[in-house]
Design a protein around this ligand. Structure first.
Ligand code: SAM
Length: 216
């Protein structure tokens, strides 16, 4: 089966799984996932599975990328922050549904590879940098939407602080070795409203940079 045929099969699976937002489906159709996985996994790029990208990290399952993107309710007017650039695939999908994407990754090597993919695909509305995303974007900035693609024990406060009123934050919450709850937190005049979107499994959000760890 060709990659194109596999992509069509995947899009049908996503529709059956409840992905109805045509902007999200179009973005997944347009972004070549095979460019975001190591060459040895090219033929599995359109399977509905997470795949390894090195350094113990993964590119998320397409159904989870689609669900999180749809649940963000992002539009062409919105600025979105992503924590956990990884391969860059989720940022590339977001770049096709919103105005600007800011994406932050703690591993410099993964970030470099993701940035090369953004350049190759001419995705000029993505700004990316290395850093600890649990502290939010390092410069003062507020976002219409925030998506976290690694699991935290609790929603990081700095991210809620950088979320605009009326905006929402999607993130998996929970520890490792068990399923985590995918949450949508909406910032309203009455406070933060919480919705549970289902169980997921993500690598952990790690709140420091690899080279900065104490060796003592
Ligand atoms: N969104 C990615 C993609 O489309 O390929 C998948 C992300 S992968 C499941 C999670 C990523 O979060 C890893 O690349 C990991 O290094 C990163 N990460 C973990 N803790 C982080 C932190 N505090 N700040 C930034 N990135 C972090």
């Amino acid at each position: 089966m060709t990659l194109e045929a596999r992509k069509i099969r995947l899009l049908m699976q996503l529709r059956r799984a409840g992905i109805t937002d045509t902007a999200v489906l179009a973005a997944i159709e347009k972004v070549p996932r095979e460019l975001f996985v190591p060459p040895s996994f090219h033929d599995q790029a359109y399977e509905n599975i997470a795949l390894p990208i090195g350094l113990g990290q993964t590119i998320s399952q397409p159904e989870v990328v689609a669900l999180m993107t749809q649940s963000l309710e992002a539009t062409r007017q919105h600025t979105v922050l992503e924590v956990g650039t990884g391969s860059g695939y989720q940022a590339a999908v977001l770049s096709r549904v919103c105005r600007r994407v800011y994406s932050i990754e703690r591993h410099g090597d993964l970030l470099k590879q993701a940035e090369a993919r953004f350049a190759e695909l001419r995705l000029h509305n993505i700004t990316s940098r290395r850093g600890d995303g649990s502290r939010g974007w390092p410069e003062p900035q507020s976002f219409d939407r925030i998506i976290v693609t690694c699991a935290a024990e609790l929603p990081p406060e700095p991210l809620l602080a950088q979320l605009r009123d009326g905006g929402c934050l999607i993130l998996p919450v929970g520890g490792q070795g068990r399923s985590q709850e995918l949450l949508r937190l909406r910032k309203t005049a009455r406070g933060v409203e919480r919705e549970e979107l289902g169980l997921v499994r993500f690598v952990p959000l790690v709140a420091d940079l690899p080279e900065k760890r104490s060796t003592g």
